[in-house]
Ligand binder design. Sequence first.
Ligand code: FES
Length: 133
Amino acid sequence: MAARVPLRPDQREAIDAGRFVRVELPFASVIVGKVDGAWKAYANVCPHRLVPLDFGGLRPTSDDGRYLLCHQHGALFRPEDGVCIEGPCQGDALRKVGIVAEGQGLLVDDGGPPALPEPIRSREERDPVRSKG
Ligand code: FES
């Protein structure tokens, strides 16, 4: 399911300047921006320790604006595909999120609510063939 995300003027200005910004969805935050005119969005979760890239309220891009940056241990990610090119999670990637422009805002895939644990099932339900023997 997609969530409608309005962009503030300062966020739009940062994106137009080539930076990524954080937007809030019902169940998560996402980093959004443009690469060569195409919208890109990634879950705001570093694959190294699963913390937000912008933890502490810092902006999620490197000072030169060329990479996405996790401020915890300095991992750098390519904005075009989210792959970590330097840092403790080198070779891992940020999770891509669906995004399309809609008027002055965005439609961003919110991923739905967090998964609930599997219900407890009986042995017969889990493996009907083995449970007969
Ligand atoms: S938590 Fe992101 S680099 Fe360590």
